[in-house]
Design a protein around this ligand. Sequence first.
Ligand code: PLP
Length: 356
Amino acid sequence: MKKHNFSAGPSILPQEVFEKAAQAVLDYNNSGLSILEISHRSKDFVAVMDEARALALELMGLTGKGYQALFLSGGASLEFVRVPYNLMTKNGKAAYLDTGTWAAGAIKEAREFGDTLVVASSKADNYTHIPAGYAIPADADYFHCTSNNTIFGTQMHAFTETGVPVVCDMSSDIFSRQLDFSKFGLIYAGAQKNMGPAGTTLVVVKEELLGKTGRHIPSILDYKQHIDKESMYNTPSVFAVYTSYLTLQWLNNNGGIEAMEKKNNAKAELLYAEIDRNPLFKGTARTEDRSKMNVTFLLDDESHTEQFDKLWKAAGISGLAGHRSVGGYRASIYNAMPIESVQVLVDVMQELEKNV
Ligand SMILES: *Cc1c(COP(=O)(O)O)cnc(C)c1O
């Protein structure tokens, strides 16, 4: 039986995407060949790459606005390196917001390149909230933030206005809500949270920001090279790109980001309402900074752990264990998660309440 999959990543994808991807592994578009055995330079695959790049921009409302979409390899973690390489000028500086483990990872890499200013951090509070009231220096080359903190269950619900280019790691909430994407200079997202399988990273970059650092950039790390080669500088992760493309098509055929946001809001409201109502549970993130993608919560009394774990496992739920740095539980309720699965979890939480 198919599980209710609350895994943080790699994570749930629409069932229809799994089916189409499986079919393409056996026989891609009745070609007599698997998608896994054709050249990435074949007409068939070049079309997939071109359409996926165009659709990503279209869904974000960025078509014709000077942006390029790329599907790169190396995970979001490699973008922690590519971003300063491509955007931090020699002797320049960059500003970073420290909101969690991934943000801290990006900061660590930027420090290899130059002056890396942390404008604010919530680390002292174990990242239970998003810092506010910080200033971004006007002479920074860019400001880097993480829109959704996958591990700590917090999300930026507002973005500070600034004159410097904004770079955002949207790995765990890309395409989950409407934003004015044209306010960002560069957006990146590892596919495996909300867009596809592991193995590719979407990078959306405003082209005019590139080529200004005075650094020599190795080709594989140079966004300009990837743009010039139409995201085919080297062999892309064909299966990850194809499956991400199927997911983008699914999104587009189901009302786009607008419809997705409504569903995501309803799912998050349902689950947070139960966490707040049920005396056995408590949320870990500050209420106003709660994530609508990764819902982190604890049992008020840990002696109920065994009983709760038994109940949710019996209900066909998978992937609910919290990250070791927070403990407790984390329900990742990405785009592909139906509200019915969230209801199953809520029912289990209520069952526990009746039984203790
Ligand atoms: C998972 C995650 C990453 C790391 O992604 P990799 O693809 O494993 O490198 C970075 N940032 C955020 C916000 C994440 O959720």
